[in-house]
Design a protein around this ligand. Structure first.
Ligand code: 13P
Ligand code: SF4
Length: 365
């Protein structure tokens, strides 16, 4: 779990667990009405429908960050994961408060790079190459890594602007250190024309990250060895199987998928991009979608006139995204009505200052 402070952690009591869906629904609506304009509920596309339906705004991580930056609501209830709530806290004003209805909702990918190991890698790469290196952190990361990028001339990116972030970085420097998601870095850089032989992967547990120093000197990008396990459920074999079964199928993959899947897909992009492509496609078109199950299930329900398949014979689930249930939202809102600021995500000012620099660079792209 990331290092933003979690204040007043609280879980729904058993009493609430006994309520029927209809009672929960009624009480959520009542609490929303009481909180009125002081409340903004944000919902990521991977949320369960039982929570997603209450969101005032939905989107991918970039869209939600932009909405958080613009809102004047005093309370932002983030139905997503911890790094998203932290980012919202960084870009909102003093006086606005961000809440994560289930504070346990982390991101295993974000946990794969920590500041100590990244600093060690950075020092070694900088000392050995003598070049201008630029750090880029995927938004799915610990807030200290965002601050590291702010302090060291780097930037934050999301899956929808990784290309622009890389262009920005290579205009300023020779090489990028990209963390924590190797797949987003590799898939995006390759699409931009960087050959695999100019990419190296950094394993923090091995000397020189597991590379020969000359190879690092020749590289354009050093990829941290993190990955999202949800997106590793998809395989090229299954893409081939779908293509054989439905020769006119369109394959669309999130850039957190592995290189072979991304290479065999027709389209690659963020959750918002995936939704847009499917929405804008003609009736009767077929889609194989490589991303989390709640989003794919929702698309299947929303577009029954299109044939939508998972990129596996089951839909992989992001368990932490799914850990926010309707009851968590109810408990959060009713506490806010009572002025109990439970489950607040708050980033320390000294980290916030530098993280904001790197986030603002992204917002300015
Ligand atoms: P998006 O930015 O595409 O919404 O992705 C966030 C995420 O966590 C994907 O696993
Ligand atoms: Fe993190 Fe993967 Fe879940 Fe996205 S799907 S929030 S990257 S664990």
């Amino acid at each position: 779990m990331s290092t933003g402070m979690n204040i007043n952690i609280a879980h729904p009591p058993d009493l609430l667990k006994k309520l029927s869906r209809a009672e929960i629904d009624h009480r959520i609506i009542e609490a929303e009405e009481k909180l009125s304009d002081s409340l903004l509920i944000l919902g990521h596309h991977y949320q369960r429908d039982e929570v997603f339906k209450y969101a005032d705004a939905t989107g991918d991580s970039f869209a939600l960050a932009k909405i958080a930056a613009k809102t004047s609501a005093e309370f932002i209830v983030f139905c997503g994961v911890h790094f998203m709530a932290e980012t919202a806290d960084i870009i909102t004003l003093t006086g606005q408060k961000v809440f994560l209805p289930n504070i346990e909702a982390g991101c295993s990918l974000a946990d794969m790079a920590d500041i100590k190991k990244v600093e060690e890698a950075w020092q070694e790469i900088s000392a050995n190459t003598g070049d201008r290196n630029i750090p880029i952190t995927y938004i799915n990361s610990n807030v200290e890594l965002k601050a590291f990028c702010g302090r060291n001339g780097g930037i934050v990116c999301t899956s929808s602007n990784a290309r622009s972030a890389l262009e920005w970085a290579w205009r300023k420097g020779d090489r990028v250190l990209f963390f924590p998601d190797q797949h987003l870095g590799r898939n995006t850089a390759y699409k931009m024309g960087i050959p695999l032989k100019r990419m190296v992967m950094w394993n923090p547990e091995q000397p020189h990250g597991g590379n020969l120093p000359e190879k690092i000197s020749r590289s354009k990008i050093v990829l941290w060895n993190g990955y999202c396990d949800v997106h590793q459920h998809f395989s090229k074999e299954y893409v081939d199987y779908l293509r054989e079964k439905y020769p006119d199928i369109n394959i669309i993959a999130h850039p957190e998928c592995n290189f072979e899947v991304a290479q065999s897909a027709d389209y690659m992009g963020s959750t918002e991009y995936i939704i847009k492509k499917v929405r804008e496609s003609a009736r009767g078109t077929k889609w194989g979608i490589g991303t989390e199950k709640h989003l794919v299930n929702r698309l299947q329900k929303q577009f029954p006139e299109k044939e939508i398949y998972f990129l596996q014979d089951y839909g992989p689930e992001c368990e932490t995204m799914s850990s926010i249930r309707q009851i968590h939202l109810l408990f959060q809102l009713e506490n806010l009505v009572e002025c109990n600021m439970i489950n607040q995500v708050s980033v320390e000012d000294k980290i916030k200052k530098y993280a904001l620099i790197a986030i603002n660079r992204m917002l300015d792209l």
